[in-house]
Design a protein around this ligand. Structure first.
Ligand SMILES: Cc1cc2nc3c(=O)[nH]c(=O)nc-3n(C[C@H](O)[C@H](O)[C@H](O)COP(=O)(O)OP(=O)(O)OC[C@H]3O[C@@H](n4cnc5c(N)ncnc54)[C@H](O)[C@@H]3O)c2cc1C
Length: 399
């Protein structure tokens, strides 16, 4: 690789989307991914809301992805404690919400990139600035190093690039999540809906992807004893089933029949909203995007869509400042890149502060039993977010 390119760290949703957005604006990049191949199974599936579809439209992959998942018709919350039920018609609101298999999303973004954009088996160990240069030096765990002109850290919630930027460490929610996919070869009988079943502090979400596949997740209080044991898919399945002994039979069957490869357990992580308000998200020609910048809980299902928005805004600001030839030894100055990154951060900061704050309050509310804290979270959500679906209306604009 030339020691001069735009280097993106991480080939997750954000890294691939950023490379694609840059490519569409004529900016060449290389993506360095630590895994040996595309990480397209972890996490099973992902709900994409209208703001995410707007970003996918800009990236030119929305039509391909629409063919992989049905539009959902309603959202339903069912309290199994008191039998209460709340329903929202997505058709009436004209909200396009679909649940994509992560594999479809990751594979589609990857397929839209020029060949050889992604280099696998490259795990970043550290970043430093050279003694006589302002160019970042990337060191990988195999001992190799690269001098990059521009570095975009899309390396997720445990980002090495965010450490270089001296961002405060991320925090853990007292909650964790199990995710899986269940296939029904003869078709399932569920409605095209996002249904959430709640009992005590446990929430089960069930979303139809198409007529044969269903994505489900279970959010539950975190117990430090669980973390080690919940790595083996069989343990994850059995432990989840034990937890859900009082849930309806159809839910237990869905979990019983899960595709074992798709099962995962995650302790939920977030960047505190106040750290998002004050954090320095770029230094020189290094910045972060996606979870590396703003990892958040899944309670609004917006982390991935926010990462897609980042990709569009970042590529647009870089192109607006004439960085289209950054990789080919042109006269692009460090100052020009810094200016683009400052504008990117400026455009994204308040969007992610509000999104993360709403996500944080929603998560804390679902993890808190009755009491003054619960009342406080309800009150804050009502006052600060009078339109709870406002985050969906956001438009990241044209690429
Ligand atoms: C339970 C759960 C449910 C969710 N549901 C939704 C949802 O419905 N809708 C939604 O929009 N969002 C959802 N999210 C959030 C969404 O999954 C994330 O926001 C999204 O995956 C972030 O993408 P990313 O590319 O920034 O990070 P990641 O997906 O974490 O990708 C980071 C990539 O960087 C690589 N990497 C890491 N470190 C290094 C290194 N040192 N060197 C090289 N490569 C490295 C990793 O291998 C990985 O490929 C959910 C999250 C969770 C936990």
């Amino acid at each position: 690789m030339n020691d001069d390119e735009v280097v993106i760290i991480g080939a997750g949703i954000c890294g691939l989307a950023t490379a694609l957005a840059l490519h569409k604006k004529g900016i060449k990049s290389v993506v360095m991914e630590r895994a040996e191949s595309l990480r397209n199974v972890t996490g099973a599936a992902i709900g994409i809301r209208p703001n995410g579809w707007r970003a996918l439209d800009q990236l030119g992959v929305a039509e391909t992805l629409r063919r992989t998942a049905i539009p959902l018709q309603r959202q339903r919350v069912i309290s199994l404690d008191g039998g209460r039920q709340k329903e929202i018609s997505l058709v009436r609101l004209e909200y396009e919400i679909r649940c994509l298999r992560r594999k479809d999303l990751i594979d589609t973004l990857y397929a839209a990139l020029p060949l050889d954009t992604v280099k696998f088996g490259c795990q970043l160990e550290s970043i430093k600035l050279g003694p006589h240069s302002t160019k970042p030096i990337l060191r990988f765990i195999d001992g190799s190093s690269v001098i990059a002109k521009v570095v975009i850290g899309c390396d997720g919630g445990k980002s090495i690039v965010s450490e270089f930027l001296n961002l405060k460490p991320t925090k853990m929610f007292p909650l964790c999540a199990v995710r899986g996919l269940t296939n029904y070869p003869n078709g399932h009988s569920y409605d095209y809906e996002f249904a959430r079943f709640m009992k005590d502090n446990v929430i089960i979400g069930r979303i139809a992807i198409d007529d044969n596949s269903v994505y489900w997740f279970c959010s539950l209080p975190f117990n430090p004893k669980d973390e080690k044991g919940w790595k083996d898919p069989e343990v994850i399945r059995q432990s989840t089933l034990e937890l859900l002994s009082d849930f309806p039979q159809e839910i237990k069957e869905m979990i019983e029949n899960t595709d074992m490869e798709s099962l995962s357990f995650t302790h939920l992580r977030y960047r505190a909203p106040r750290d998002l308000l004050t954090g320095t998200f770029c230094k020189g020609t290094v910045t972060v995007a996606g979870d590396a910048m703003h990892v958040m809980g899944p309670f609004l299902g917006q982390g991935g869509s926010a990462a897609l928005e980042d990709a569009v805004v970042l590529a647009r600001t870089m192109a607006q400042l004439g960085l289209n030839n950054v990789g080919s030894g042109s006269k692009v100055t460090i100052h020009g890149v810094e200016k683009a990154f400052n504008q990117f951060v400026k455009q994204r900061r308040m969007r992610i502060v509000w999104l993360s704050l709403q996500t944080y309050l929603t998560g804390m509310l679902s993890g808190t039993s009755l009491g003054p804290k619960k009342i406080l979270y309800i009150w804050l959500l009502k006052v600060l977010f009078p339109n709870p679906n406002g985050h969906i209306d956001y438009d990241c604009g044209e690429l």
